[in-house]
Write a protein that binds this ligand. Structure first.
Ligand code: NAP
Ligand code: ZN
Ligand code: ZN
Length: 352
């Protein structure tokens, strides 16, 4: 075991503060990584503030962060995929049994024995796992990904959650040329959803509550932008979408978007509001529409997404911040005041 520097919260109401955590020494199959950048996902905020108390209560102290890019510093004797110096990524899953039906089908994220990067029982050290707001992490090689060499490390970090969470359902529901695709909420996930839908060749429409994001949406690859609070603009798109990805982090009217789907259209939630969303079933019946959910993606698909982003030279639009600004960043995230993901430069931890 060794000590690592981190930023943690000690309760749902306390701010982040500098702290020391314990990491395991790399075992045979482990990769030790010096963390260079870590994105701030809205799930970090939900967890730090215990907003998902009913589904996934938070254990404190909590060190969030599951959009990790770093350099390999050490590998166990059984590690074949990586060597010291490689640029690698770690996302939301860091453990799974690799034998259950979900794992065998490459959906490690649904493994009943899965371990998430933070706030999951730590099978090696006891307590809970600690995430990427830290200077290093030790992860089993199966859950470590290769970052394409042409991608900027700070901008690549958010691909590990925002990228795969939007890529996976789009691939599953056949997003591509000839399809009309909506993305609801232009935040960290949403802006990656727009880039990916555009790169897949779909006609891409952004639904936003923020008039100020209109120009950005077009620059990011949207063909059209709809202000969701404008009833006339909304009415123009009724019954026309093959697929809609909903990445909103709070309560909102899902029925307005079900109404946008054409026959056999699908709307997938990736946003994870803490309160239930009331669904008007009649909206689904007429047109055999479906409403579903999706959770990140498996490891093989995450590597596929990274390679796809490498081919398209595509990363997240990031604002790089030092770790000392993380409390301020959380407040700004709640005001939709980030374009479009914070990426923490972990070099800033060295002076703590
Ligand atoms: N399923 C998964 O695997 C997965 C993975 C990662 C994250 N998540 C969840 O996905 C959600 C989004 O995460 P994120 O990191 O992208 O968050 P984010 O950067 O804060 O973006 C959320 C966006 O949703 C829109 N929005 C927020 N509140 C709204 C409201 N009350 N009504 C309408 N629109 C609203 C805003 O976009 P506009 O300004 O454009 O309206 C905002 O920018 C979170 O709940 C997060 O926990 C799920
Ligand atoms: Zn996330
Ligand atoms: Zn499994």
């Amino acid at each position: 075991m060794y000590n690592a520097k981190a930023y943690s919260v000690s309760s749902a109401r306390s701010p982040f503060a500098s702290s020391t955590i314990v990491r395991r020494d790399p075992t045979e199959d482990d990769v030790q990584i010096e963390i260079l950048f870590c994105g701030i996902c809205h799930s970090d905020l939900h967890t730090a503030r215990n907003e998902w108390a009913d589904m996934m209560p938070t254990a404190y102290p909590c060190v969030p962060g599951h959009e990790i890019v770093g350099r390999v510093t050490k590998t166990g004797t059984g590690v074949t995929k990586f060597k010291a110096g490689d640029l690698v990524g770690v996302g939301c899953p860091v453990g799974a049994d690799l034998t259950c039906p979900s794992c065998r089908d490459h959906f490690e994220q649904f493994c009943p024995n899965g371990v998430f990067t933070y706030n999951s029982p730590d099978k090696h050290l006891g307590g809970v796992t600690y995430g990427g707001y830290s200077d290093s992490i030790v992860v089993h090689q199966h859950f470590v990904l290769s970052i394409p060499a042409n991608l900027d490390a700070a901008g690549a970090a958010p691909l590990l959650c925002a990228g795969i969470t939007t890529y996976s359902p789009m691939r599953h529901w056949g997003v591509g040329k000839g399809k009309k695709v909506g993305v609801v909420g232009l935040g960290g996930l949403g802006h990656m959803g727009v880039k990916i839908a555009h790169a897949l060749g779909a006609h891409t429409v952004v639904f936003t509550t923020s008039a100020s994001k209109k120009e950005d949406a077009l620059r990011l690859g949207a063909d059209e932008v709809v202000l969701s609070r404008n009833a006339d603009e909304m009415a123009r798109h009724a019954g026309s979408f093959d697929f809609i990805l909903d990445a909103v982090a709070a309560e909102h009217d899902i029925n307005a978007y079900i109404h946008m789907l054409r026959r056999d259209g699908n709307i997938t939630m990736v946003g994870a509001p803490d309160k239930p969303l009331p669904v008007n079933v009649f909206g689904l019946l007429f047109g055999r529409k479906s409403f579903s959910g999706s959770l990140i993606g498996g490891l093989a698909e995450t590597q596929e997404m990274l390679d796809f982003c490498g081919q398209h030279n595509m990363t997240s639009d990031v604002e790089i911040i030092p770790i000392q600004k993380v409390n301020e960043a959380y407040e700004r995230l709640l005001r939709f005041d980030v374009k479009y993901r914070f990426s923490i430069d972990m070099a800033s931890l060295k002076c703590e």
